[in-house]
Design a binder for this molecule. Sequence first.
Ligand SMILES: C[S@@+](CC[C@H](N)C(=O)[O-])C[C@H]1O[C@@H](n2cnc3c(N)ncnc32)[C@H](O)[C@@H]1O
Length: 314
Amino acid sequence: MNKNLTHWSNYWKDGNLTSLPQDFLENYDGEIEKFWNNTFSKVPVNGQVLDLCTGNGAIALLAVAYSENNEANLKVTAVDAAKVKIANLSIKHAHLNDYFQKINLISDCRVEEIQLASNSFDIITSQYGIEYCDWELSAKQVARLLKPDGQLVFISHANSTDIMTYMIQEQNEYNAIKEAGLFTALARYFDKNSSYKEMNRALKKTQKVLIKIYQQNKSILLKGLLDFLHYIVSVDKKVFLANENKVLSFYHQHLFAFARLEDVIGVSLKIKHSPNWYLAFEKSGLKLEDSGEVLQSGVHKAGIYYKFLKPSKT
Ligand SMILES: C[S@@+](CC[C@H](N)C(=O)[O-])C[C@H]1O[C@@H](n2cnc3c(N)ncnc32)[C@H](O)[C@@H]1O
């Protein structure tokens, strides 16, 4: 698992609300939203909610929306190890500003290192999140942070989802792009280990390799990269230098997208190889009450949900 979270910080900085922007224009909706609304309906009206690995606060935001729409008074805290801030959210979702302001968002904080008071939350939630943490340490934290009779409810990645199949395809394309030398050529140039001329020559070689791959796999990702490569290698040096920042940002965007894919796929495979991973929460004293699939649009497996209870006497 990738411990350096720059790839997530960078993603949240762009104002994305969920980790699946291709599937959800705004926040999680449909069955996932229903699942969370149903979950929040069972929390005491003045309940304390903690969302772990919150990213830009998608589930925290659903908790606030539920509270506002149902005359509840949930107090919502959200934690992520990446750098996240409310201001990032306003970039693409200014109309949700009032809701964002109600979230106590704690950035740059690993679940394993949360310092919040023990026995203080009625419910701890997570979506595509807690499986990214150290399972034993985060299970101990959850057991410590929950009030007696409090609940841990999370949705983890499911294996064999359509999302995963798509991601693995994209990962293969990124691997081919990496092998063709694109990232190395740009990294060497931007780290000042190669001249403009050397970079240009290396990129022309990369371009040839990628054109061949594109002839067999006409993917959107390869097309976008080839268009960009064509631009970089064909403009003259002056124009390139004037646009160097744009090239750097394009390079970073792809590098981080690749790292996020590796992270998501890595975690999903880790779960696949340890199907009983969730028992770490039972070992920490919680009791598994329910588990099952969460669908999206009635057919796609969006994830697996787990509901644990912290018994009042452990
Ligand atoms: C796939 S994203 C999910 C974000 C959000 N829950 C969502 O559904 O949109 C996983 C998140 O887990 C965070 N993360 C990974 N390891 C973590 C840890 N040990 N403690 C806290 N957050 C972590 C990452 O920074 C990233 O934002």
